[in-house]
Write a protein that binds this ligand. Structure first.
Ligand code: NAP
Ligand code: ZN
Length: 348
C-alpha cells in the first residue's frame, strides 16, 4: 500500500501537550474518498483518550472525530461523492458489514469490532487510525456522511459525535411529545441533547452543577433547569420517563434513579473512568433501568444530520485555531466551554 504525508496535531504521550506532527494517510483505494479537513470538534472523549483515562491509548495519538471537510479525491468505485462535495466523518470508519448489528445499522456494536476514527487498529491501512485534528483524511465512502454546504459547517461538525450520541438514545427510548426527559450535564453532549429533545417534542429538564449555566439552559430550550447540588430541589424531582446522563466524571446516579417514574430509564452516555455505584433499592423499587448507549450507526448519523438541518439545529461553538488546542483541553477539563470547541483546521 502507498501512503502520502499529512500534517496533524497530536500527542506523543499522556502527559505531553498537543503539537504539530506528520502522519501517513493511505493512497485512495477504489471505495475511498480523500477529505481536506476544514473543521473538527473537540469532544471530551478526545481529552479522555489523550490523557489515557480509559487505558489503551497508543501514541502518537491524533484525536478528533467530529470531522467536516471538502472531498478532494474520489476512488474509482465511488458514486456517492464527487470532488468538491462536503464530506463528514464521525467515530466509525470501518466495521465487518456482515454481522447482525452491522446489518441493522448499528455498526458501533459490530460483533468483530468496528474501527474508531482514531486510536484504533486500522484493518485496512495497518497501524493505528489517526483522527480529524489533521489536514486530510482518507476513508471508505460508506462511512462518510453527506452534508449540505449551505449549513454553518463549523457549528454542524459537533453533530458527528455529540449530536448522534444523544439523538440515538432519545430515539431508542422513544422520547417525544408527552414524555418528560432529564439531561444531566450541560457540555457538548448535554447542550445538543437539550436542543434535540426539545425539537422532538419532549418536556426537558436539565441538571447542572454550574449555577452560571442555569439561565443558558433555558436559552438553549429547556423547560426548566435544576442545580444538582441543591439537595432539596433534587429530592423534589419525579416522574421522568428517561434521564440522559452526559457527565464525564464520577458522580452519584442514585438521586436520578429516584426521580424516574415506574419503568423509567437512566441512560448513561458519559464515560467516567471510575465505576458508578448503584443502590439496589433505587432500581428494584419501580422496576427501573440503568442502561447505556454508544454513539449511533452510520444511517442514524446521516438521519440526525438531516434532522438538525431541517430544524435549524447547530451547536453553540467556540471556534479556535490549531495553536489553541492545548488551552481548549485545559478549559474542557474544567467544564469551561460554551458549549463545544471546534478547530478551524486551516487557520494555522
Ligand atoms: P463536556 O463538554 O466536558 O461536558 C460534560 C459536562 O458534565 C460538564 O460540562 C459538566 O456539566 C458535567 N460534569 C463534569 N464533571 C462533573 C462532575 N464531577 N459531577 C457532575 N457533573 C460534571 O463533555 P462532552 O464532550 O459532552 O462528553 C461528556 C461525556 O460523554 C464524556 O465522558 C465523553 O467521553 C462521553 N462521550 C460518550 C459518547 C458515547 O458514545 N457514549 C460519545 C461522546 C462522548 P455542568 O457544568 O452542567 O454540571
Ligand atoms: Zn465524541
Amino acid at each position: 500500500m502507498n501512503y502520502t504525508i499529512s500534517s496533524a496535531f497530536g500527542t506523543e504521550a499522556a502527559d505531553q501537550p498537543i503539537k504539530e506532527m506528520t502522519i501517513q494517510r493511505r493512497e485512495l483505494l477504489p471505495n475511498d474518498v480523500e477529505i481536506e479537513i476544514l473543521y473538527c470538534g473537540i469532544c471530551h472523549s478526545d481529552l479522555h483518550a489523550v490523557k489515557n483515562d480509559w487505558g489503551g491509548s497508543t501514541y502518537p495519538l491524533v484525536p478528533g472525530h467530529e470531522i467536516v471537510g471538502k472531498i478532494t479525491q474520489v476512488g474509482s468505485e465511488v458514486s456517492k461523492f464527487k470532488v468538491g462535495d462536503i464530506g463528514a466523518i464521525g467515530c466509525i470508519v470501518d466495521s465487518c458489514g456482515k454481522c447482525s448489528h452491522c446489518h441493522d445499522g448499528d455498526e458501533q456494536y459490530c460483533e468483530t469490532g468496528w474501527t474508531v476514527v482514531f486510536n484504533s487498529p486500522d484493518k485496512i491501512s495497518g497501524g493505528m487510525t489517526y483522527g480529524g485534528f489533521s489536514e486530510k483524511i482518507v476513508a471508505n465512502a460508506d462511512y462518510v456522511l453527506k452534508m449540505s454546504e449551505t449549513v454553518d459547517l463549523a457549528a454542524t461538525a459537533p453533530i458527528l459525535c455529540a449530536g448522534i450520541t444523544v439523538y440515538s438514545p432519545l430515539k431508542h427510548w422513544k422520547v417525544g411529545p408527552g414524555k418528560k426527559v432529564g439531561i444531566i450535564g450541560i457540555g457538548g453532549l448535554g447542550h445538543m441533547a437539550i436542543k434535540i429533545a426539545k425539537a422532538i417534542g419532549a418536556e426537558v429538564v436539565v441538571f447542572t452543577t454550574s449555577p452560571s449555566k442555569l439561565e443558558d439552559a433555558k436559552n438553549l430550550g429547556a423547560d426548566s433547569a435544576v442545580l444538582s447540588t441543591d439537595k432539596a430541589a433534587m429530592k423534589a424531582q419525579r416522574d421522568f420517563d428517561m434521564i440522559l446522563d452526559t457527565v464525564s466524571a464520577k458522580h452519584d446516579v442514585n438521586v436520578y434513579l429516584n426521580a424516574l417514574k415506574v419503568d423509567g430509564s437512566l441512560v448513561l452516555v458519559g464515560l467516567p473512568n471510575e465505576p458508578l455505584e448503584i443502590g439496589a433499592f433505587n432500581v428494584v423499587n419501580g422496576r427501573k433501568s440503568f442502561s447505556g448507549s454508544n454513539i449511533g450507526g452510520i444511517a442514524e448519523t446521516q438521519e440526525v444530520i438531516d434532522f438538525c438541518a431541517e430544524h435549524n439545529i447547530t451547536a453553540d461553538i467556540e471556534l479556535i485555531k490549531p495553536s489553541e488546542i492545548n488551552e481548549a483541553f485545559e478549559r474542557l477539563e474544567k467544564g469551561d466551554v460554551k458549549y463545544r470547541f471546534v478547530i478551524d483546521i486551516k487557520n494555522n
